[in-house]
Design a binder for this molecule. Structure first.
Ligand code: G4P
Length: 526
């Protein structure tokens, strides 16, 4: 098959959701449709239970599950689908942000009872930064949820994206009758079933057809006619191009646990979702059709066994064909690298593959050469842009408890940061080292792993910090002057980029007002 055909047949995406909205359930149903699994219950949630939060082994077990399900590949109607898993626990949100750099589109799940929740808002911000196309699945229609119009308004308002319903619910909760597919003009009747895969569909070309009244009852039929008229009047026609530009999110309604509405979303998804897209390096745009291979590492998963300090690096292929055992240019590193242990994930199984194509994710067995953000190419020296760091939420100072083990500590911290476990800042003054994370859990992870894998003991002292802001200015002199005058609050991130450590929101505001020529960014990519 030609490279172009391989590219056109692929769709690489992630499902994002606030915990409990139904991401795992939807994933499982998609795999069932793809024939990748046979029974419900085969996909394990990657949520880390709060009750087991500080039970390290339990977390490890769960991380083990999450590596197995990091990428789930399956075929559906001739399309190769690569579904990337995102961590269920919000303390690992950074991991999710990075995963979003490796996909071409996302499906966002929203619970119809709860509406748009905080984690969804944050994830959507990341999607917007890169104009990632989004399909919205409003889930749990078998429950008494919020009014669908209200939900759509909330999505538009909170997620700052235009919506276009492509299906419309008939009733909700106990009175849920099904959905009407506005795109195909088909009626999809609801029968609660966790097993049944195909929904009964009735084609209703004309909503005035009395067949509609027979099927869903007079009142529902009347309501649906009114709703459809209103929707067609209020929302402009769905334009796939606007979806591909990340400007409009098509919306589907359904109930994942009941297999309802999933099939029609998947059918639309394979029709409209983008095939692997170009990516930008610092130097130029790289198109998937280019014959030479290129790709970037967006995730690293370490083996916790201290005797085998190997890890799996996840590489997204951007262009050309990736081949096992072929030496490739490791742009940041001193020598070419060749990988014999290259795995791909089909459904639940990991298998060695000899080749992979743009859009594919391969797991590379690595002994410590790779780090997040690394570019691999077939020769060219270029670096893919954009594995962003976001300002952490919690900051703690690293206190070394064993001066004899300083070297181990530094090595351990460096490696853990390369895996993206947390962020690391070094203050200009006094060389104080600060670890920043999205959640409390990572501190336990770091402390445990430093001891277990590097034999280094640390404690973490709480710090009163609000945000780490990457700073820039068009006026270099002003920037230097700012760094000098605020030197007590200046630190450097792992890449040596300068950051301003703001102690409170009010204080940051004041500094921003006083230094209008300095730009403050909450992400390292600007
Ligand atoms: P997550 O990965 O986004 O965190 O969510 P997950 O799929 O684990 O779903 C969270 C809960 O919501 C699960 O219930 C799941 O069964 C339920 N759920 C998912 N889709 C639907 C739906 O369409 N309707 C209804 N009513 N519930 C749905 P749980 O009680 O936490 O787990 P379980 O014991 O049912 O597995």
């Amino acid at each position: 098959m030609s490279l172009t055909k391989e590219i056109q047949k692929r769709r690489t995406f992630a499902i994002i959701a606030h915990p409990d909205a139904g991401k795992t359930t939807l994933t499982e149903k998609l795999l069932l449709f793809g024939g990748a699994i046979q029974t419900a219950g085969a996909v394990k949630s990657n949520k880390i239970d709060t009750a087991t939060k500080s039970d390290w082994m339990e977390i490890e077990k769960q991380r083990g599950i999450s590596v197995a399900t990091s990428v789930m590949g399956f075929e559906y109607q001739g399309v190769k689908i690569n579904l990337l898993d995102t961590p269920g626990h919000q303390d690992f949100a950074e991991d999710t942000y990075r995963t979003l750099t490796a996909v071409d589109s996302v499906i966002m799940v929203i619970d119809c009872v709860k509406g748009v929740e905080i984690q969804t808002e944050k994830l959507m911000e990341v999607c917007r930064m890169r104009n990632t196309p989004v399909i919205c699945f409003i889930n749990k229609l078998d429950r008494e949820g919020r009014d669908p119009y209200e939900l759509l308004d909330e999505v538009e308002e909170k997620l700052n994206i235009q919506v276009r319903p492509l299906s419309w619910p008939i009733g909700m909760g106990k009175g849920f009758k099904g959905v009407y597919n506005l795109y195909d003009k088909k009626l999809n009747l609801f029968t609660p079933s966790q097993r049944k895969l195909s929904d009964a569909r009735e084609t209703i070309q004309n909503l005035d057809d009395t067949k509609l009244d027979e099927l869903i009852g007079g009142n529902n039929a009347m309501q649906l006619r009114e709703d459809v008229e209103l929707i067609e009047g209020v929302y402009p026609d769905f334009d796939p191009k606007e979806y591909l530009e990340g400007k409009v999110a098509p919306v589907f309604f359904g109930s994942a646990v009941n297999n309802f509405g999933v099939n029609e979303m998947l059918d639309t998804f394979i029709r409209i979702a983008p095939s692997p897209k170009s990516r930008f390096t610092e130097e130029r745009e790289v198109k998937p059709e280019e014959s030479k291979f290129s790709g970037f590492v967006f995730k690293i998963h370490a083996n916790m066994d201290p005797n085998h300090r190997n890890r799996i690096a996840f590489l997204r292929i951007v262009s050309g064909k990736f081949e096992r055992n072929k030496p490739y240019n490791h742009v940041r590193g001193p020598k070419p690298l060749r990988f014999s242990n290259v795995t791909q994930f089909m459904a639940q199984d990991r298998e060695i593959v000899d080749e992979a194509f743009p859009g594919d994710i391969v797991g590379l067995f690595d002994t410590g050469n790779l780090k997040i953000g690394d570019t691999m190419t077939e020769g060219e020296n270029m670096t893919f842009k954009g594995i962003p760091s976001f300002s952490p939420e919690i900051f703690k100072e690293v206190i070394n408890k064993d001066a004899m083990k300083t070297k181990q500590l530094e090595k351990g911290l460096k490696q853990l940061m390369e895996e993206g476990v947390a962020q690391y800042f070094t203050y200009e003054m006094g060389n104080r080292k600060v670890v920043g994370t999205v959640g409390q859990l990572q501190f336990e992870v770091i402390q445990f792993r430093l001891k277990n894998e590097y034999n280094a003991s640390v404690e973490f002292a709480p710090m009163n910090l609000y945000k780490a802001c990457w700073i820039s200015s068009k006026d270099k002199k002003q920037l230097d002057e700012f760094i000098r005058s605020k030197s007590r609050h200046i630190a450097y991130d792992k890449d040596g980029k300068v950051v301003f450590m703001a102690e409170s929101r009010a204080w940051l505001q004041m500094v921003q007002d006083n230094y209008p020529e300095i730009e403050f960014h909450f992400t390292s990519e600007f």
